[in-house]
Design a binder for this molecule. Sequence first.
Ligand code: C2E
Ligand code: MG
Ligand code: MG
Length: 674
Amino acid sequence: MSDAPDRRIFPYVSAVIALGGVSAAWLLLKTPVPYGEFVSPVILIFTLCSIVGEAVPLKVFRGNMEGELSTSTTFAVATMLWAGPAVAFLALAGANIVADVLRGKPLHRIAFNMGQYAISLLVSGAALSLTTSLPHEHGVGSFMPADLPGVLLAGVTFWFVNVALVATVIAMVQGLGILRYLVHEWLFQASTAGLLLCGLGPVLVVVADFSLPAVILLFLPLYAIHRGSRHAIAKEHQALHDALTGLPNRLLFRDRVDQAIIAGQRTGEIAAVMLMDLDHFKEINDTLGHHHGDRLLEEVAQRLRLALRESDTVARLGGDEFGVLLPRVDGPEAATEVANDLLGRLREPFVVDDLTLEVDASIGVACFPDHGTHTETLIQRADIAMYTAKSSSGGSMLFEAAQDRHSPRRLALAGELRSAIHDGQIVLYFQPKADLQTGRVVGVEALARWDHPRFGVVNPAEFVPIAEQTGLIGPLTSCVLDKALAQLRVWSESRDDLTVAVNLSARSFLDTQLAVEIPALLERHGVAPARLELELTESMLMQDPQRAEVTLERLKNIGVTLAVDDFGTGYSSLANLRRLPVDVIKIDKSFVIDMATSPSDAAIVSATVGLAHSLGLRVVAEGVESDEVWRRLAELGCDIAQGFHVSRPLPADDLAPLLERNSLGARARLSAVS
Ligand code: C2E
Ligand code: MG
Ligand code: MG
């Protein structure tokens, strides 16, 4: 659809009105007009029915939208068969003026309606008189069986011309291709208005001839149609809308995206598809109950609807996932701006039954035609962007080819990962962790790298998600655990106090097999359980706290050390963690890196260290990049530092010399490495 009105509308409407005037004059002056008929009961009834038919159209379902079907033309055709096109025109014109005035239609629309009816009746009247001897010269009334083909032809002609004249102006107003829309309308109307008009029109005449009161009986099937369509509309509405929020559902959303793509292909306009997922909705639902969860979803739906234009679509795709379609945007940047605006509005607190709730969301954006020209592709890519947004720091994200699960690089990595694990292409780098008081390296974190024959070193941020999605996270975790413990065993010759930390992904954390596998590995490598530290992220623990607690207990029973990684990036508080059997928290590097210059970051780190200590937890600061930060952390009483200032992650052999050194001398030496 285009914003600028079609410049052809005005001349077209004027032409129809003018031609309609000529047709009306022709009908009234050049065809017989049995004026006496106007007071005949049949024509009075037909006219009355026309007014009712025009004022109360039948509801029908067209495509995915509710549409209307006027029965006034059916009575007009009946009038034409009974008393000729001139009387039909006057009756229909009268009915329309009354109905249009009642509905408050503007004058030009009333004139256009008159015009198109005059033209349609003139043409179909001509078809009638060419093929039959109707209307009877001497009077009025029904027709003979032999007239039936001509009667039908007249009905079809009326319908055909009428649809063409009206559909053309609708196509112009809506900026749609005229011919395409015409064909679409003819096909659609053939099975609705067309059938009604050509089928019921002649029947009305026959029945009126038989007995006028019997015409009333014909209202019964019309009422049945009306009821049937209302029911069908309600059913369709149900099938295409979400019951809770009343928003379009996934099916209708897809359809709207289809339509936007078709329109975009014609007009060259850009459309944007957004997928949105509320962060931590599940927690709200679980802690406050479904009632509050439902109310919150309704509020979210309402806020989104109010933030967007009438022509945009907001849909609920399921659970806490929403879809937004902007059928016309200036470009990807403008779409991202809209996404950020939506996020801003969602971040304003919601008040649900006197409770103030805060939500956040992640939004992925994909644009037609830049990111795809098919509905499926666009939705999929918005989804990919949404997950990328979610797994980074939330917020909104525009799709980039690099995120695509189907990009050639990703497909290659996904296809080769299994053999890479098997063939030893997964190697471990180790990053030391140093005691902040003594400077001595007390442990290492094992960080996986894929030493890929063609792509070089591939980072875990890229291949760990692939492992999760392809079911290879189990073998990958086993491989990392095995190598980390084997290496620790080697270092034990000189450093039997050293610990090794291994990162667990969400999937492996919940894998019950792990609690069986870890003791076996510890035994095989002869490593004491306490020297293995497992790093879990806050989001893994908070997604399903009850299940997490059980899993943690199981791991704790083995005797391993448990650490919460990237602390501060999720929504948990230390109070939440208190119940869980964890030993260590690792403050996320985003707070540590700038703490020397950012007072708020410094305050967060300071408060976290204090609280963690009061709960008996040890604290590791990640991302220590400078001596200044090291000093401040030491002052705050933080226990351990990890970061480029100590050392970057290194292959085991390169790290050996650092591990053997001691205390402050070691730190000075280590600083030089970074
Ligand atoms: P993480 O566990 O938070 O690991 C720390 C990340 O921060 C590492 O990135 C490390 O190189 C980086 N880093 C360390 N010190 C500094 C610093 O001073 N400044 C800055 N800017 N960055 C620093 P890396 O190795 O790319 O690992 C990224 C993430 O991938 C890890 O985050 C971890 O969550 C995950 N990961 C790594 N190895 C594995 C693995 O074997 N299994 C699983 N499931 N995840 C892994
Ligand atoms: Mg880690
Ligand atoms: Mg971390």
